[in-house]
Ligand binder design. Structure first.
Ligand code: ATP
Ligand code: MG
Length: 415
């Protein structure tokens, strides 16, 4: 495949790089396509690879499947010979991106974010080509900026431009505080593009303001050519609806163990499967179309399609062998014991008494009824009877299935 990619003409390259991109409006897409084409032509003529960047904020220790969507785009640029910067937002993280949030985010220290970022590079190289990746940290140029320099940057924007943003507009109309430092997030990210002298910035649709309004504007103001925005759609989290995000807890971390990763994918709602195939797998468009058709026609069981998805995702991060093993384990646990694949779930962040779990799941009306069920021998954890009324389940015992009576199941997942 890589050989074919090198043979692509400019039109094919533009189509390849723009495939699946989403700008929310057709005109912006056309403009970005035009600018990308011009840059690719220039790069072919001068022999200078394009400088492409993606920034990720280490507010927690995990990269997740959502991050792999823009990372995969970066990888495509690498396949075409361009240079990519994986920017660790060591300074931006201390504030936190307000783009997709309706509340002010707690500030973190540089020490905290550097500790979170410890394994970021290693995780990123599961998708990116290490030979063609530069790793940078944005505190190296953002921390030394002086107040005077900051004012010059800020003078390129109006307060109205910021207040027009959805997240700020909502807070403004509700009378919720919008702290002044939150406006600086977009400025900082915009300045990253200036410091890196980028040709292209990749990001999800939540980044349109940071990349287009802030980044392009600052580059122009400081005498650079504005970067081309390559915007990818957002992957929903395990709830199937809201953007997968490390701060919402609906994410699938890319360094999860194979069995846990397989199990989390199996817990996705059926209707998001096509989007997952499109955004996180290595499947080609015609393979994805065949899956969509099979789902619509009901010619394949959705569970089997989900198992294929889970196998592919585990294979990407852990290899084919681990994917096969995870699947075999899943089948042993869920199919041979004739457990349903769809069941309510609960993430166990701390140890919890079995009786409380039974009541919380709605399997018993009261604690005394739950205790009675335990006493009668009607409760089991992974097929092992639970006999002690005071039994607690610890997060280390998950993933596991709690069975109550003959037909009530609760899947317990690690946090
Ligand atoms: P936070 O909730 O702290 O903002 P995050 O999960 O959104 O965290 P970021 O570091 O803010 O992660 O995002 C880095 C890049 O990855 C951005 O370009 C963002 O658009 C993209 N990204 C994050 N989540 C997703 C997702 N679910 N689907 C596609 N792209 C995503
Ligand atoms: Mg974010």
């Amino acid at each position: 495949m890589a050989a074919d990619i090198k043979q692509m003409n400019i039109d094919e390259q533009v189509a390849y790089l723009m495939q699946g991109c989403d700008y929310g409006d057709a005109e912006t897409k056309r403009n970005m396509e035009k600018e990308l084409r011009a840059r690719l032509i220039e790069s072919a003529e001068t022999g200078k690879p394009l400088r492409v960047y993606l920034g990720v904020d280490p507010r927690t220790t995990d990269l997740h499947l959502g991050h792999t969507v823009p990372m995969r785009k970066l990888r495509q640029f690498q396949e075409l010979g361009h240079t990519c910067t994986f920017l660790i937002g060591s300074f931006t993280s201390t504030i936190g991106d307000p783009s997709d949030k309706d509340k002010t985010r707690p500030q973190l220290t540089l020490e905290e974010v550097m500790a979170n970022a410890k394994t970021y590079t290693e995780q990123a190289f599961k998708i990116l080509d290490p030979e063609k990746t530069e790793i940078r940290y944005n505190h190296t140029w953002l921390a030394p900026l002086t107040f005077g320099e900051l004012i010059k940057l800020a003078a390129n924007f109006t307060v109205q431009q910021f207040l027009a943003r959805d997240t700020f507009a909502k807070r403004y109309s509700k009378g919720d505080p919008i702290w002044l430092h939150e406006f600086f997030y977009a400025l900082m990210q915009g300045y990253d593009a200036v410091a890196l002298e980028t040709d292209v910035q990749v990001g999800g649709t939540d980044q349109i303001f940071n990349i287009m309004t802030a980044g392009r504007k600052l580059q122009q103001a400081l005498g650079q050519k504005p970067q081309v925005a390559v915007i990818v759609p957002l992957l929903p989290g395990t709830d199937g609806e809201i953007k997968m995000s490390k701060s919402l807890g609906n994410h699938i971390a890319i360094n999860l163990a194979p069995a846990d990763m397989y199990g989390k994918v199996m817990s996705l709602p059926d209707d998001v499967m096509p989007l997952y195939f499109k955004l996180v797998t290595r499947y080609l468009p015609d393979q994805i179309a065949a899956i969509e058709q099979a789902l619509a026609a009901g010619s394949r069981h959705p569970r089997d399609i989900k198992m294929e998805l889970a196998r592919e995702i585990v294979a990407i991060f852990h290899g084919d062998e681990a994917a096969r093993e995870a699947e075999a384990q899943f089948k042993r646990v869920f199919q041979q014991r004739q457990l349903p694949t769809e069941m309510p779930e609960r993430v166990l962040a701390e140890a919890m008494p079995v009786v409380d779990l039974i009541v919380a799941a709605g399997f018993a009306k009261s604690k005394s009824e739950a205790r009675r069920l335990v006493k009668q021998g009607g409760v089991s954890l992974n097929d092992q009877p639970v006999r002690e009324i005071g039994r607690e389940i610890a997060p280390a015992e998950t993933p596991a299935v709690l069975k109550v009576g003959k037909r009530k199941f609760l899947r317990l997942l690690p946090a």
